[in-house]
Design a protein around this ligand. Structure first.
Ligand code: CP3
Length: 365
């Protein structure tokens, strides 16, 4: 089922390149935006970060809105992504969250046992995460015809931070719970699925016009474990968002072997990381889903001609088929040159326009 036009959106948003591409409709040029397009690689962002912590920016809707708008103004991207973090729901749940300098997120009360799951607080996103909804309301007034993407973490990726207490390479504690205490695992996933669903639906009702579900680290699982321990919960969230009539993007990294199963979770768009050629990924998924991706974020550190070669290669693989949204295969890295990011936006728009013109000429002759 494709997302139906939602009456309270201005017509121009529903007909924007980005939203049309999520429905696999034809577009003038390929839409492009970047995961982590707001962040430390931008001087304007660093200026705000000198005065406020990451969480302070999230807590102040006018700052979160400003930071969301920075890349829209500087880069000319075709969509804005709300400035927030997938781990914010950990705060009202009572799991705790801080960003320690140089260490990434720290969750002070990690989840180890069934008692820990039961101790998690009830969450009402409209009140407990009202600052996120207020940022969305401000942005809807500012963005005019640029669509706003809301987001949440998928239950697996959020659970992994809550169990490990922070970032992880091997996900040992996470997998240990899955394999040795499946009752607690399923209780945690069920609890997170409901909270994250409510959080995502609240963002949509506040005005987000598309949503992305980030399952960044799910590629650490094999397909059998994905199907048994993760898929039902991701499916639950994605279905709820689709019932709100907005397009849903589902993204993870290292997912080459998981793509057909992840597709069953039901999103309109599947995110691809850079490890699989875009056309191979699309072939694995089938043509009845749109795809987003998939330039290696590290390519942005290469000289412009090399970047151009890689951008054109991805667009050739997409071959002008309706339903491609250009993005990186994961988030923008910290020291990325802004000029390279801006250049990619222009390359995508220019090359995809010339591709479409060539097709039109071929079809006429
Ligand atoms: O994309 C955007 O521009 C919107 C904002 C956004 C942030 N986090 C702000 C942020 C989004 C979409 C996220 C999602 C997020 N957060 C994910 C999924 C995407 C991914 O990258 O896989 C994950 C895993 C997190 C958890 C998280 N937040 C980590 C691991 C870190 C520390 C790593 C780092 O880069 O320092 C964060 C911090 C964070 N969240 C930053 C930003 C811009 C770092 C910059 C800062 O400290 O100012």
């Amino acid at each position: 089922m494709l997302a139906q036009p939602t009456p309270h959106f201005p017509l121009s948003i529903n007909e924007s390149r980005f939203i049309r591409a999520t429905r696999r409709e034809s577009v003038d040029v390929t839409p492009v935006w970047f995961m982590r397009q707001a962040g430390r690689y931008m001087a304007d962002y660093r200026a705000i970060r000198e005065k406020y912590s990451l969480l302070e920016i999230c807590y102040r809707p006018e700052l979160a809105a400003e930071v969301t708008l920075q890349p829209v103004r500087a880069l000319g991207v075709d969509a804005a992504i709300l400035f927030a973090d997938i781990l914010l729901p950990a705060i009202p749940l009572g799991v705790g969250l801080e960003f320690a300098k140089g260490e990434g997120p720290v969750l002070q009360n990690p989840i180890c046992t069934m008692d820990d799951v039961k101790r998690m607080h009830p969450v009402n996103p409209d009140t407990d995460l009202s600052y996120v909804m207020n940022a969305i309301r401000i942005l809807r007034g500012e963005l005019k015809d640029v669509p706003l993407i809301g987001f949440c973490g998928a239950p697996f990726t959020v659970a992994s931070y809550m169990i490990e207490g922070g970032s992880s390479r091997e996900f040992l504690k996470t997998k240990a719970m899955m394999y040795s205490d499946p009752l607690t695992w399923h209780a945690l996933m069920e609890r997170l699925a409901v909270v994250l669903r409510d959080y995502l639906v609240a963002q949509i009702r506040a005005g987000a016009q598309a949503v992305q579900v980030f399952d960044s680290w799910v590629g650490s699982l094999d397909p059998q474990d994905y199907e048994e321990f993760v898929l039902p919960y991701s499916q639950f969230i994605i279905q709820a968002a689709k019932n709100e009539n907005v397009p849903v993007i589902h993204f993870g990294t290292n997912t080459t072997t998981l793509l057909p199963l992840m597709k069953r979770a039901g999103s309109d768009v599947m995110g691809l990381d850079w490890r699989i050629p875009l056309d191979d990924g699309w072939f694995l998924l089938g043509e009845d889903v749109a795809v987003q991706g998939n330039l290696d974020p590290a390519i942005l550190f290469a000289p412009l001609p090399e970047i151009k070669k890689r951008v054109h290669d991805i667009l050739r693989r997409a071959n002008g088929r309706p339903g491609h949204i250009f993005n990186l295969g994961h988030g923008i890295l910290q020291h990325t040159p802004v000029d390279a990011v801006k250049a990619v936006v222009d390359m995508v728009h220019e090359f995809s326009l010339s591709q479409r013109e060539r097709t039109r000429v071929r079809e006429k002759s």
